[in-house]
Design a protein around this ligand. Structure first.
Ligand code: GLA
Length: 388
């Protein structure tokens, strides 16, 4: 056995390693949190205030049994409406729909998944439940004691007690409280893009931040949220992501091609993928949209570059996302009311030689293209390819 006290060279090495560890920035641990856009499910879009322990358990069961876990979905996130009363010491407790939050976390963890929760920096959440205004540290302590892995922190009534310019400090306060617990908890900022949050979200410890108001299950809302990310791609990267809101796939009010566009856009924008439907009733078609491995690989690419618009010609839009293997994902999107043949100029994505093209939804190679690549894109539909 080596004795590092007795061997000066080893002692020097040990000291060097120790000093490197001590000089790492405080947020170094956060770098591995949300290294790729978080994937999971959130209760709000489908269940709103009807969320319960049973719904969360059933969602965790479904993620495991329907293939979503294998596709990368991990977080099972309770949104608003779980909160009950504070006790005499000010500790927050869940309401009667969640009889034992720690037991629920244990259950979700036993499935190899993680549990998320929701609060507000204001006195009340958006649905009128208890917020974290003032007992921020106590709430963070409670979440850690329950083994929570993710917090969505929603501005809501905070506008009643804080000035707009206090927003960054308010968000940092909860980050510091979470960090103090020592538990890695993904920190999701939700304040609808106010005050250009993408410019400061990472500096207050945010792993993701909403860039718009709430999505609804229709094509116009979905497209509006995605297009609001034009120009802000450079603020996203490993550990800190722009969030155009949760998915609506499977909630029933968009067509197949519109949901394909929704998923394609979220993936090319490196957006968090939080399914928002009733997972116990997902149709095979919606499940195929949520779990296509080659499409998800675009979202989860380790380089973490958010895609950006290459061209916009009326309703015909092209986006590109450089990937870690040197290839580029390209989305051809048709917002028009008729099918349209769309053409990508390969030079627009920096490709000047003949290049292979693969259709990611169909998982099919389309052969080599030189100069341009064209595809028929259905009305409100999208074609997602990889150019390599
Ligand atoms: C806000 C958020 C939504 C959801 C609700 C809950 O509207 O933007 O995502 O969390 O609050 O009340």
């Amino acid at each position: 056995m080596w004795n590092i006290r007795a061997v000066p060279a080893l002692r020097g090495l040990a000291l060097l390693i120790l000093s490197c560890l001590l000089t790492l920035p405080a947020h170094a641990q956060d770098q591995t949190l949300a290294a790729t856009p978080p994937m999971g499910w959130n209760s709000w879009n489908h269940f709103a205030c009807k969320v319960s322990d049973a719904v969360v358990r059933a969602s965790a069961d479904a993620i495991v049994s329907n293939g979503m876990k294998d596709a990368g979905y991990v977080y099972v996130n309770i949104d608003d409406c779980w909160q009950g009363q504070r006790d005499a010491k000010g500790m927050i407790h869940a309401n009667s729909k969640f009889p034992d939050m720690k037991a629920l976390a244990d259950y979700v963890h036993s499935k190899g998944l993680k549990l998320g929760i929701y609060s507000s920096p204001g006195p009340k959440t958006c649905a009128g439940y208890a917020g974290s205004y003032k007992p921020e540290e106590q709430d963070a302590t409670q979440y850690a004691a329950w083994d929570i892995d993710y917090l969505k922190y929603d501005w809501c009534s905070a506008s009643r007690v804080y000035k707009p310019e206090e927003m960054t400090a308010v968000y940092k306060k909860m980050h510091d409280a979470l960090a103090k617990t020592g538990r890695p908890i993904v920190y999701s900022l939700c304040q609808y893009g106010l005050r250009a949050v993408w410019r400061w979200g990472a500096s207050v410890g945010g792993n993701l931040w909403r860039t718009t108001d709430d999505i609804t299950d229709n094509y116009q809302s979905m497209y509006f949220n995605a297009s609001s990310e034009d120009g802000i791609w450079k603020y996203a990267g490993p550990g800190h992501w722009n969030d155009p809101d949760m998915l609506e796939v499977g909630n029933g009010h968009m067509s197949h091609d519109e949901y394909v566009t929704h998923m394609s856009l979220w993936c090319i924008l490196a957006a968090p993928l939080l399914a928002g439907n009733d997972l116990s009733k997902t149709s095979p078609d919606d499940l195929a949209i949520l779990t296509n491995s080659e499409v998800i690989a675009v979202d989860q690419d380790s380089k973490g570059i958010q895609g950006h618009w290459v061209s916009r010609e009326g309703p015909y839009e092209i986006l590109a996302k450089p990937l870690s293997d040197g290839s580029t994902a390209v989305l051809l999107m048709n917002r028009g009311e008729d099918a349209q043949r769309m053409t990508l100029n390969l030079k627009d994505i920096g490709v000047f030689k003949p290049a292979g093209v693969r259709d990611l939804w169909a998982k099919t190679d389309l052969g080599k293209s030189t100069g341009t690549f064209s595809a028929e894109v259905p009305k409100h539909g999208a074609v997602l390819v990889k150019v390599h």
